[in-house]
Design a binder for this molecule. Structure first.
Ligand code: AKG
Ligand code: FE2
Length: 317
């Protein structure tokens, strides 16, 4: 539950920092599930002769660092979404019980309920972001799941059909997020303006010349906490200049019946006061939705538009 003060703050500023957003057992289960997942990925790479066997004796964080400096990629097999564009019928995706339980965490949904009401759909625009120290990352890497994220509004990442969708982003810290290790940054109050032009370059972002960067506010948050923000709130994340791995999930929720903005990906009713029987409560059923999506979408020569920006706006020149 949020206090009236918190709801008023969200409306005024376009974001809210919640110290404890997840129930502690949800956080522990996600960490355990990902530790096991990474160990099994490492085991399969060892079996294929792609990496030295000694990685199997290392911690999660050490494994991430070793993989970062190798030719291997941990991101997609650990992500909770398919890639935009170039997916294959066998593109890996992580659809585990602990992640599903996190999406349904009662404490998190109680907060979401206070902001968008009791008919809540899990929006499929969602990711895990496990960010290694920047100094370990290949200079060519520009994915916003591995390095810093450019300034943007989440509304702009969806299709236009969702421009009026009532939704929130919940950015969940699995490790402590600090200005040094790449926490989120927002421009308070920016949700009260219109959508700004976004330019597709190495990432999809708002040109900095359009922003009042003096107002940029880093939002540190401890593990198990979250930042909830409005779809027009301008935000980015900082470089991970620390020696530590910074880990978050971003999950989105919209009012059931409003367009998700990514119609080819599967949404589901996560909470309904009016019709609790409509709620999806099985992680297996959730996984089946994504597997079906993958077999329909990830076909050769199946280009799909995921956003509206073609770079032709004058500010992108
Ligand atoms: O964690 C990040 O780097 C950025 C996340 C983001 O843009 C979001 O959650 O909407
Ligand atoms: Fe975002």
């Amino acid at each position: 539950m949020l206090s009236t003060q918190q709801i008023n703050d969200f409306e005024a500023q376009g974001y809210l920092v919640l110290e404890q957003a997840l129930t502690p057992k949800t956080l522990d289960a996600v960490i355990a599930e990902y530790t096991e997942l990474l160990q099994s990925l490492c085991q399969s790479w060892v079996d294929q002769g792609l990496i030295d066997r000694s990685i199997l004796q290392r911690s999660f964080v050490e494994q991430i660092k070793i993989i970062t400096t190798s030719e291997l990629d941990y991101f997609q097999p650990m992500d909770i979404s398919l890639p935009l564009g170039q997916c294959q019928p066998d593109t890996p995706i992580h659809l585990g019980q602990a992640v599903f339980d996190m999406m349904r965490d009662p404490q998190l949904l109680a907060a979401v309920n206070c902001l968008i009401g009791p008919e809540i759909t899990s929006n499929p625009i969602q990711h895990v972001r496990i960010k290694p120290p920047l100094k370990m990352v290949d200079g060519e890497e520009n994915r916003a799941h591995i390095v810093r994220t450019d300034w943007h509004q989440d509304r702009a990442v969806a299709l236009e059909q969702a421009d009026k969708t009532r939704m929130v982003t919940t950015w969940i810290a699995i490790t402590d997020a600090t200005p040094d290790n790449g926490c989120l940054q927002v421009i308070p109050g920016s949700h009260r303006q219109a959508m700004l032009p976004h330019c597709p370059s190495s990432q999809l972002g708002i040109p900095e010349s359009l922003l009042d960067l003096d107002k940029a506010t880093p939002l540190p948050v401890k593990a198990g906490g979250a930042i909830i923000f409005h779809p027009l709130t301008v935000h980015c994340s900082l470089d991970n200049t620390s020696d530590h791995v910074r880990w978050s999930f971003d999950l989105r929720y919209n009012v059931t019946g409003d367009p998700t903005g990514r119609p080819k990906f599967p949404d589901f009713i996560v909470k309904s006061a009016a019709n609790p029987a409509a709620e999806l409560t099985s992680a297996d059923a959730w996984a089946r939705l994504w597997i079906k999506t993958r077999s329909n979408l990830c076909l050769p020569q199946e280009p799909t538009a995921f956003h509206r920006w073609d770079g032709s706006h004058e500010v992108c020149a």
